[in-house]
Ligand binder design. Structure first.
Ligand SMILES: [Zn+2]
Length: 683
């Protein structure tokens, strides 16, 4: 009996050992070789090209600025060890106590503040190319960590870690990170900077000071707490450094062409690719940008904003860009907004939605906030085309007479709104067409009240405005915030006779061998009838030929075009959004913190000249087209402006014009002008 038991025990033990060995062999198979630690991984460059095949930018990590351990400030080493791996010099690759402690801390704080992996484990993880989180993988990492510990000294491991690990924003290795965030050599980093950088490997994107100053501050101060706990710094020092704001001075990559556009493309790519793929896997990204048009956009914005600041138009009472940018170091907050006057421009090809030019601000390296895409601003009168589109689509003819007269509107907050016109006067009975052409606020507001604010908001949404548009009267004059890119895209509906296109920036993504990974097509949607849009198009063409956009003609812009000015309350935002059959473009001018730009600084004065000069230069030498012919279902009549009815021999010639109607909305034969009648006293 004893013999049998012994036999079972012995065979079980041997079998168990065999199993363990087999398991070990299984997990050890497909392990990356630690010899890779001696080699830099391949450094492939992701390249972004314009539509005309100009290299706009290269995304890569300069692999890398190697740093030896003795070059690193003590504060940096102790900061990293305090927050990531306190037992680094005593464990054998894995720290079971550390894993437990991390688990408890994370449970208590309700979020992941400690990773639990040792520095050796994190380094082992870097050697794997993919990042799947499985138990097999965890065990392989542990085996690899143990091998690394057997092969290298602790100092060698730490040095390799500092040179290998990802610190966010395309920076692999501490030398690169110090340059990326502070434009400094590693040896020059102070305690605040060391603790900030040591906090990054844990969640490099979330805690990056370029992405979130708040997260970076919180993480940095946590690292300082850890350093205090391990005795690396005194409580007094920790407290004083915690009070410092996060200051960064990102290295600028001034080789980029169209940097706001490149950053926009990068943000689109990051929806499908990880930062690591983007910076390391050598993608070739083909975009829609036209470099010649982009240069024209940048030049015209730069020149005209200097003109505005010079006080040539009207006295300019703000500090100019030149007066402000004297400071050598910009904080993260200043990177987002500037104190000086800003502008944005976006130009789309209406047929394809291709983004041909994008300017998000005056200087990307001073402020990366992309106003063309990210700024929420009131469109002012540039919203009026939505009002008139809703009216025309609901069967109101463009010659409908609306009374331009004062009005009082009770608002939800109990106040009374008494809107006025920019000219300060009222013109009595005018047509909706004149209301559009001369940008008469009261005509837009009363038209909106006829069709309903809810209806107008619905048309704006249908045409692609995604921001909230409250159903109140003031939206008629543009009180609801919009993104410039959405406003411009909505305007493509007019030259396209009812078809809206989505802005498109990327056409193709290829891998380093040139094989196609993704291609992107124009997204087109018919959102309005061709009849309605043809009529509104004709009204907006009148804006450019006879109305608030006529200044473009004086500047020598002669192509057929439609558009609309925008000016907000107190002259804080100036817009012109307009189009030819080949290009739709919007220009915005204003301060990041809304304030009056100059007195009487309307869209015609501040934005239209940029638009006109840009359009002229952008389309110069290109094949241009005519607007589409009138679709079926329209008719025309000679009408009188004073009544909106059929003109008679008694109407003065300057009041008579040809109006376009949807069939069925034209005046009937006996609806003649009643304003101009034969005088019984005339001889
Ligand atoms: Zn008349």
């Amino acid at each position: 009996m004893f013999k049998v038991v012994a036999l079972v025990v012995v065979s079980t033990v041997f079998f168990g050992m065999g199993m363990c060995y087999q398991l070990f062999k299984f997990y050890k198979s497909e392990l990356p070789s630690i010899a890779k630690m001696e080699l830099d991984p391949p450094n492939l460059v992701t390249r972004i090209f314009s539509a005309d095949s100009v290299l706009l930018a290269e995304l890569y990590t300069e692999r890398r600025i190697p740093v030896s351990l003795d070059q690193l400030p003590d504060n940096l080493k102790s900061a990293l060890l305090s927050v990531e791996d306190r037992k680094f010099y005593s464990h054998w690759g894995i720290d079971l106590w550390g894993i437990t402690r991390a688990f408890v801390v994370n449970q208590v704080s309700g979020k992941i503040v400690q990773g639990g992996s040792t520095i050796t484990q994190q380094l082992a993880r870097e050697l794997f190319l993919n990042r799947e989180k499985t138990y097999t993988r965890k065990i392989r990492e542990a085996i690899l960590s143990w091998e690394i510990e057997r092969t290298y000294t602790k100092d060698e491991i730490l040095e390799r870690y500092f040179n290998q690990i990802y610190f966010g924003s395309g920076a692999w290795g501490i030398g690169e990170a110090a340059q990326t965030y502070f434009s400094k050599k590693v040896g020059e980093l102070d305690l605040a900077e060391c603790s900030l950088l040591a906090g990054l490997p844990n969640a490099p994107s979330r805690n990056s000071p370029i992405i979130s100053q708040e997260n970076a501050l919180e993480r940095r101060n946590w690292v300082l707490t850890c350093m205090e706990e391990t005795g690396a710094i005194s409580a007094a020092v920790a407290d004083s450094v915690k009070k410092l704001p996060v200051k960064i001075k990102p290295r600028s990559n001034r080789g980029w062409i169209a940097p706001y556009f490149v950053e926009y493309v990068k943000s689109l790519l990051l929806k499908d690719y990880s930062e690591e793929d983007l910076f390391r896997s050598g993608l070739q990204v083909y975009t829609t940008l036209n470099v010649r048009m982009q240069k024209a956009a940048e030049k015209n914005i730069a020149e005209y904003l200097q003109t505005i600041e010079s006080g040539q138009l009207r006295s300019f009472s703000h500090r100019t860009r030149r007066q402000i940018i004297g400071a050598d170091s910009l904080s993260a907050a200043e990177m987002a907004q500037t104190e000086y006057l800003q502008a944005a421009l976006i130009a789309l090809e209406p047929k394809t939605g291709y983004i041909r030019a994008m300017v998000g601000g005056r200087n990307f390296w001073e402020s990366k906030f992309n106003r063309a895409v990210q700024a929420l601003r009131q469109p002012g009168s540039a919203f009026k085309p939505f009002v008139y589109t809703a009216a025309i689509d609901n069967g109101i003819p463009a010659c409908q007479v609306v009374e331009d007269s004062p009005i009082s509107i009770d608002q939800a907050d109990g106040t009374v709104w008494r809107p006025s016109n920019y000219t300060g006067d009222f013109r009595g009975a005018v047509t909706m067409r004149s209301g559009m052409v001369s940008s008469i606020n009261l005509v837009a507001i009363k038209t909106l009240m006829t069709v309903g604010a809810e209806t107008v908001a619905a048309y704006a949404r249908r045409m692609g405005i995604t921001t909230r548009i409250p159903p109140v009267e003031s939206i008629a004059v543009g009180s609801a915030d919009v993104y410039p890119i959405e406003l411009v895209a909505a305007y493509t509906v007019f030259p396209n006779l009812g078809v809206r296109v989505e802005p498109l920036a990327i056409t193709e993504i290829r891998d380093q061998q040139g094989s196609l990974l993704h291609s992107f097509q124009t997204s087109r949607e018919e959102v309005l009838s061709p009849q309605t849009t043809y009529i509104v198009l004709s009204m907006m063409r009148d804006v450019v030929d006879y109305g608030t956009g006529i200044g473009s003609r004086a500047l020598g812009f002669t192509l057929p075009a439609g558009g609309k000015t925008g000016t907000t309350n107190n002259y804080t935002d100036a817009w012109f959004v307009g189009y030819t059959p080949d290009l739709t473009c919007g220009v915005w001018v204003g301060f990041d913190q809304p304030q009056r730009i100059i007195n009487q600084g309307t869209g015609s004065v501040l934005a239209l000249p940029i638009w006109a000069n840009f359009m002229k230069e952008a389309l110069q030498g290109t094949e241009t087209h005519e607007f589409p012919d009138a679709p079926d279902g329209l008719t025309s009549r000679l009408v009188c402006k004073s009544s909106g009815l059929l003109s008679t021999q008694f109407c003065p010639p300057e009041s008579v014009y040809t109006e376009i109607f949807k069939v069925g909305t034209e005046p009937s034969d006996y609806e003649e002008c009643y304003v101009h009648k034969p005088s019984i006293y005339s001889h």
